[in-house]
Design a protein around this ligand. Sequence first.
Ligand SMILES: [Zn+2]
Ligand SMILES: [Zn+2]
Length: 165
Amino acid sequence: MSREPKRTGGKEDAQELVPILREAHARLRLWETCDKAGCRRCECCGGDVDRCGAGAAPEGWAWLRQVLNAMWGGASQEAAVEAANFAALGYRARRTVRWHVKCWDPVEFVQLKDGTWVRAFDVPSRPPLDPKFFALAASPWLRDALADALRADARRDTKMQRSSA
Ligand SMILES: [Zn+2]
Ligand SMILES: [Zn+2]
């Protein structure tokens, strides 16, 4: 089942993701390095979580937002993480070459920003982020939180269709 991608990158229209971002901010303990004393005191984010997250860990936060947006658009958790990794590393595509020779293993290639193809084995598969971001993005918590948000969104859509019918 695929969904119409709803997100276009504008952050004001991702309201459904705000509670998830808030929880992610807490689980990553990003308040520890927040420049706002209020956040450090309450060990939470009391204001604009997007601003706080981006301030505390710009690359990690942008990467996580990308994972969330892709999942909100219907991508699986693994596919969303891989796409965010590729985007952060600047890779353009991936290709698997299968040899028509017995016992030759398929070889994965990735296309770099300049268009050249290199063996995936020779280049990093993850951007250099704090490992806690990868752990959070792969966690069952994130998968369940997104599934709940998508269910709530689908219910709202159904209600709206009913009331407009
Ligand atoms: Zn905050
Ligand atoms: Zn803060």
